[in-house]
Design a protein around this ligand. Sequence first.
Ligand SMILES: C[S@@+](CC[C@H](N)C(=O)[O-])C[C@H]1O[C@@H](n2cnc3c(N)ncnc32)[C@H](O)[C@@H]1O
Length: 243
Amino acid sequence: MAQNIYDDPAFFAGYRQLPRQVLGLEGAPEWAAIRALLPDVRGARVADLGCGFGWASRWFRAEGAASVLGYDLSENMIAQARARTDDPAIDYRIADLEALTLPETAFDLIYSALTFHYIVDFAWLTDMIHRALVPGGRLVFTIEHPVYMAPAHPHWTEDEDGRPTWPVNGYADEGERRTDWFAPGVVKQHRTLATTLNTLIGSGFDLLRLDEFAPTEAQVAAMPELAVERERPMMLLLSARKR
Ligand SMILES: C[S@@+](CC[C@H](N)C(=O)[O-])C[C@H]1O[C@@H](n2cnc3c(N)ncnc32)[C@H](O)[C@@H]1O
């Protein structure tokens, strides 16, 4: 059973105040890099897995997608998404991606932002997504970068300039990682970059492009707290196509 930390009141109270939830996609520094990976969505049938507040779901429709199905485990997140959406072509549903079965060859694009690192059985999920896409259909997703996931946070230390001094910690040890972020004991699943890419290839995807997002100097000047993301990547962005 998935943890569903987004329905924890203390966690949600903190999470909902992040700039990316208050401001939407423009509050996410990596959004321009994600857009560069996305195909033309005009007329597309889209699924948004781990849709959260539905910011991307609404953006797909604004860009001309025919329909969007947004799935999320959290009642809090789905309630926020529904409250912000007035569009009969967007349908938000509560579902656990660990057990969701989408209809076969029903989607042109399956998108997911910052959700797959919560998933234990990634191969099961990518097999299911592959079946749900039409031939040539696209999977575009972001996850926490495995280099960011690998350090056990209790070992986090900084030098006097605020730069992280930790080494990558147990990078090859895949599986559960617990962090304290808005609430104690948030569970995520660490996989190496090789495992993530080989899982996609094994499910029948061609890899189109990867991005290890780093903020620009201008972004760092505007938001100095982003500087650490030029020291080590925090997010991995990936675009793949169903063979
Ligand atoms: C970091 S938030 C990202 C939300 C949204 N994609 C965005 O970019 O704003 C991760 C989301 O994944 C959802 N999630 C985590 N595990 C899940 C699971 N097993 N099934 C469905 N959704 C899940 C959470 O409830 C949360 O809404």
